[in-house]
Design a protein around this ligand. Structure first.
Ligand code: ZN
Length: 158
C-alpha cells in the first residue's frame, strides 16, 4: 500500500498505474487474492488517446483522468509474473484530486476477476485507497482489503 501511494504521489498531478502480482484462489462463492509485488507501469494514455477515444463513448471531458497500459508492457509483465510463479491479480491507478471510486471509463475497460485498486490523491497527498471488483452485472463493488505481515500459504494447483 505504501508503494502504491508513493507511486501515486510521484506521478501527481498525472495518474499513475501499474499491475499487481500475486496469487489468486477461486472457490465456488468467492475469490481471494494475495498481492505479493507491484509492477509499476508508464501511463501510456497520451499515445493511446486517439484510438481509444474513437472506440469508447468516454467523453473527452473526462479524458483528463485516464490511464492506459500498453499491450507490450502488459505482455512483458505477464512474462515476468510467470517467471516468479505469480499471476497478474489486478491493476492499480491513482485519481488525482478525485475520490477513490471507479469512473465509467474504468468500468468499461475493466476485466472480470481483476482487482482494481484506486488511490485518491488530494493536492499531491494520497489519502484514500480502495479496491474494486466487477460483479456479475459488470458493476464495480468494493472489495475488502487486509494487510498481513506474512503472506498466507496458497495452494497453487487449485
Ligand atoms: Zn480511474
Amino acid at each position: 500500500m505504501d508503494q502504491i501511494q508513493a507511486h501515486a504521489r510521484d506521478c501527481y498531478p498525472e495518474e499513475c498505474c501499474g499491475l499487481m502480482l500475486g496469487h489468486r484462489v477461486e472457490t465456488a462463492d468467492q475469490s481471494q487474492k494475495t498481492l505479493l509485488a507491484l509492477y509499476p507501469m508508464d501511463n501510456a494514455w497520451d499515445q493511446a488517446n486517439g484510438p481509444i477515444e474513437e472506440k469508447t463513448s468516454c467523453s473527452p471531458l473526462t479524458a483528463a483522468r485516464r490511464y492506459w497500459i500498453a499491450p507490450q508492457d502488459l505482455f512483458n509483465a505477464q512474462k515476468y509474473a510467470r517467471t516468479q510463479g505469480w499471476d497478474i491479480i489486478g491493476v492499480y491507478h491513482s485519481h488525482p484530486d478525485h475520490e477513490a471510486v471507479p469512473s465509467e471509463c474504468d468500468r468499461k475497460w475493466a476485466w472480470p476477476q481483476y482487482s482494481y485498486v484506486i488511490v485518491a490523491v488530494n493536492r499531491g497527498v494520497p489519502h484514500d485507497l480502495r479496491s474494486w471488483i466487477l460483479d456479475d452485472q459488470q458493476q464495480f463493488r468494493s472489495e475488502p482489503v487486509a494487510v498481513s505481515a506474512v503472506a498466507p500459504t496458497v495452494e497453487t494447483d487449485i
